[in-house]
Design a protein around this ligand. Structure first.
Ligand code: GDP
Length: 531
């Protein structure tokens, strides 16, 4: 194939990609939604972390089991579906106990997000934090109001909540007929067509959908129909109509209603992803230019999963392809060191029995096994050097001073901590107030401490003790801020080793607010506001 033909192919492939993540609070239904999406689409592959040899088979059998019972392997980092003519990459955003800085970093690798809300709960803290990362990166957000099959909030009240609390203007694409708990179906606001939606018997299959005329629906659903049409008139008056440009500029959010557990509204969501969500497009580089998708291959590492297995120092680096065609076995350049990096092990982490990934295109995620040379944010490229901006650090919420009793291990202790910091496993802070030079570990989720202490022991032979500190919020300040905060009790200013940022850490959000109130001009940035 001529290189011109290859290049053209890449552009077409990139335009077919939809790479997104679900942002939600635990229990809103993310796993259920993932399974429901997989049911509607055809699963092509899964970039999962492999823990040892036997596990690849584990992933395969999970996939087989999924067909029967719709369970999905929790180790998956990215699922690839095909739907209509599109390749959809769904990147996992680990929640629950696995919530960590990685969860935020995943957002740096997507082109859009689906904000999944529980109809009875509305916006919840973890959703708000993840949304804040989307906002900072200008990522377009589609909202799915889930669990409409059971009692919840009023639909208009939910629209208000979104607009008031996060400042995104909701532009519902569908509108429910029937309050939460009495769901009859949705009206497509653009076509005016009403689709009656019913759970399949048992709920495991696609929903039963049937388009009805306005007259039929009005007769059948009476007062519920009237309410829905009145609400639609209200929406029209407030100009809450979808505007593609405003959506892509992340100032509005298209909204859909449904119930993932019964597959209601899931098909509509897939259609919106295909029709409205942005494809993989040119990506900004540190040179100040955008790397076009049809340039030679480039990608960056957004997540590293280390094996917790003592015997192997195995790790998988997950890379998002940004430009060009990735081919397994190609030798690329590692942006950090300028050294060649061979990608022949790209195959091992793809599950589904066919254990090779032969090629990947912009928007796709490739897992590179045993890529110990790679760090978070590293760029890989073929052809002319390209560099993507370093991934940001996110404000930590958990803090612990870390010590070792073993004085003979001090060098290894230091080396280990440097390594974990470089890999982005944990943030390392130093505090003037801790005169003994004791480093402080800071994390977004407590799991990061477990991974860090385990790896210090397994890989560096250092046993450490953590002393948990009573802080739960951090904001970036400056030298002037450090001076202002000197006299305050229960506030510490620490230096983040990774980027020399000064972090002011507080015990509570309200404490931070009180202190800020006392010091006009105090700089406190970068708090992901979930309060
Ligand atoms: P996750 O923590 O966000 O991954 O949430 P899960 O997908 O595990 O769902 C949490 C709970 O909510 C489970 O018991 C699901 O069965 C339930 N659930 C998810 N979606 C729906 C829905 O649309 N309707 C109802 N009634 N329950 C749901």
């Amino acid at each position: 194939m001529s290189s011109a033909a290859t290049t053209a192919g890449v552009g077409v492939q990139a335009a077919k990609r939809r790479t997104f993540a679900v942002i939600s609070h635990p229990d809103a239904g993310k796993s259920t939604m993932t399974e429901a999406l997989a049911l509607h689409a055809r699963v092509i592959g899964q970039a999962g972390a492999v823990h040892g040899k036997g596990d690849r088979r584990g992933v395969v059998s999970d996939w087989m089991a999924m067909e029967q019972e719709r369970g999905i392997s929790v180790t998956s980092a990215a699922l690839q579906f095909s739907y209509r003519d599109t390749v959809i990459n769904l990147l996992d955003t680990p929640g629950h106990a696995d919530f960590s800085e990685d969860t935020y970093r995943v957002i740096t690798a997507v082109d859009s997000a689906v904000m999944l809300l529980d109809a009875a709960k509305g916006l919840e803290p973890q959703t708000l934090k993840l949304f804040e990362v989307c906002r900072q990166r200008g990522i377009p957000v589609i909202t799915f109001i889930n669990k409409w099959d059971r009692p919840g909030n009023d639909a208009l009240a939910l629209m208000d909540e979104i607009e008031q609390r996060i400042g995104l203007k909701p532009t519902p694409l569908t509108w429910p007929v029937g309050i939460a708990g009495h769901f009859h179906g949705v009206i497509d606001r653009r076509t005016g067509v009403f689709t009656r939606m019913q759970r399949s018997p048992g709920g495991a299959d696609l929903a039963i959908e049937e388009d009805m005329t306005v007259e039929e629906a009005a007769e059948r659903f009476g007062a519920d129909w009237t309410t829905a049409t009145e609400e639609l008139e209200l929406l029209e008056m407030t100009g809450a109509d979808h505007d593609q440009e405003a959506f892509l500029a992340a100032t509005t959010t298209p909204v859909l209603f449904g119930a993932a557990v019964a597959n209601l509204g899931v098909r509509q969501l897939l259609n919106v992803l295909v029709e409205l969500a942005p494809p993989a497009t040119a990506r900004p580089t540190t040179a100040g230019t955008d790397q076009p998708v049809d340039a030679p291959f480039s990608g960056f590492v957004f997540k590293i999963q280390a094996n917790m297995n003592k015997a192997h120092r195995d790790q998988v680096a997950f890379m998002r392809v940004c430009s060009g065609k990735f081919e397994r076995g190609m030798v690329v350049t590692h942006g950090g060191t300028g050294k060649p990096f061979t990608t022949k092990y790209a195959q091992q982490i793809f599950g589904q029995g066919r254990d090779t990934i032969d090629e990947a295109f912009p928007g796709d995620v490739v897992g590179l096994v045993n890529a110990t040379a790679l760090g978070i944010g590293d760029t890989l490229y073929a052809g002319r050097p390209v560099r993507y901006p370093a991934l940001p650090s996110f404000p930590p919420e958990h803090f612990a001073a870390v010590r070792t009793d073993d004085t003979s291990a001090y060098k290894r202790f230091r080396r280990g901590i440097e390594q974990l910091d470089a890999e982005g496993v944990i943030q390392v802070l130093r505090s003037e107030q801790r005169g003994d030079g004791t480093p402080v570990f800071a994390a977004v989720g407590p799991m990061q401490f477990e991974v860090a202490t385990h790896r210090l022991e397994a890989e560096f032979g250092v046993r450490v003790k953590l002393e948990f500190l009573p802080y739960e919020i951090a904001a970036v300040t400056d030298a002037a801020g450090r001076e202002m905060l000197r006299g305050e009790s229960n506030v510490e200013v620490m230096t983040r080793v990774r980027d020399d940022a000064l972090l002011a850490v507080f015990q509570h959000r309200w404490r931070m607010r009180t202190v800020a109130g006392r010091h006009p001009g105090l700089r406190l940035d970068g708090v992901l506001d979930a309060g």
